[in-house]
Design a binder for this molecule. Structure first.
Ligand code: DGY
Length: 348
């Protein structure tokens, strides 16, 4: 069987030639049942449909915790997004049939992985495949914030542009400046590589120093506090954990130079909103480019009224190519699990 899928709006065609996997060899004569919590890209849904008995969410409606638990009845695997919270309570209420949660995301802070491990539920994520797309957005945010793109765009759409003048909407040039990274993992390293394209000098903090081959001349700082004074741009790329929750607080923001630009494509919870908004309002830093927020999508509305913010609605991985790859990677993990092989991206 060959399924031909074209994912609009990009003319990307994905052909899946393999036949439906014969689960009888490893699943007691039946096909595993997978609950998919959100509407997936067409190519991903096609592969799901080919290989599994699937409970889709055709309306793409956000499921409440109760709905999540109710829809999990009798399912073997759940393929959620970061939009569904699997707290310890939700995990405790999942039926025993659930054996794997293969999240369609690299971040897994929406899942209480310790609770999942205690219940013997495997958790996997989708690293690597979204690193390029997310790094692109980090650069977009840096440029958008530095060059006042949101203001300029609004002006054009409002038909409010009056004239050109030497002082009109001048921003900050990033070429040759210092690009600071917190979290030099897969995405941080690619963002740094892209920033090098602007001749930027790379500084970073990471829990452990990278081997020289990965460092590529980046300058290591052993603490976040050491890094911050060296950042013309600070780009956040660490996961949110109890240690990194509100990592960018008032005391640390005060260590940034006053012309600094803060970029966040990681998780909103890493930033203390009150502290960042005060610093932006009082001009203690220059600007912020933000793709992620605490309590998404109910973000702190003060961000939208600031002239020096450039805001996106969590678009880091939002390309057709990447969203397909995220789905395939999540499914590779589910496939491996039910074939009795260790899933490549096992978190617990
Ligand atoms: C992730 O994968 O963690 C992103 O934030 C959603 O694409």
């Amino acid at each position: 069987m060959a399924i031909q899928v074209t994912a609009a709006p990009v003319l990307e065609s994905v052909t899946i030639f393999r036949d439906r996997f014969d689960w009888r060899r490893c699943m007691n004569d039946r096909t595993p049942i997978v609950l998919v919590t959100r509407k997936m890209p067409p190519a991903v849904e096609a592969r799901l449909q080919r290989d599994y008995d699937v409970r889709f969410n055709p309306d793409d409606r956000l499921l409440s915790a109760d709905e999540l638990v109710a829809r999990s009845e009798g399912v073997d695997a759940i393929l959620p997004c970061y939009t569904e919270g699997f707290s310890a309570d939700v995990i405790a209420r999942l039926p025993d049939s659930v054996r794997i949660i293969a999240t369609y995301s690299v971040g897994h802070n929406h899942i209480d992985v310790a609770a999942a491990r205690d219940r013997g539920i495997v958790v996997t994520n989708t690293p690597d495949v979204l690193s390029d797309a997310t790094a692109e957005v980090a650069i977009l945010l840096m440029l958008g914030a530095a060059r006042r793109a949101a203001e300029g765009e609004r002006l054009m759409r409002d038909g409010a542009w009056q004239s050109w003048s030497p002082n009109f909407m001048t921003g900050t040039q990033v070429t040759g400046k210092r690009f600071g990274v917190v979290g030099m993992g897969r995405i941080g390293r690619i963002a740094a590589r892209r920033a090098r394209g602007f001749d930027m000098e790379i500084h970073y903090y990471n829990r452990s120093r990278l081997p020289a081959a990965h460092e590529e001349d980046a300058i290591y700082h052993p603490t976040v506090e050491d890094l911050l004074p060296h950042c013309d741009v600070l780009s956040l790329h660490c996961p949110v954990t109890p240690e990194t929750y509100h990592l960018l607080n008032k005391a640390r923001i005060d260590l940034l130079p006053p012309h600094a630009i803060v970029v966040n494509t990681a998780r909103g919870e890493i930033v203390d909103d009150d502290a960042l908004i005060s610093a932006l309002t009082e001009g203690r830093i220059a600007a912020a480019g933000l793709d992620v927020f605490e309590n998404e999508p109910d973000i702190d509305s003060r961000y939208a009224s600031l002239w020096n913010t450039f805001l996106l609605p969590h678009l880091g991985s939002a390309t057709v190519e990447t969203r397909n790859q995220m789905g395939f990677r999540a499914l590779d993990n589910v496939d491996a699990y039910f074939r009795g092989v260790e899933p490549r991206d096992r978190v617990v």
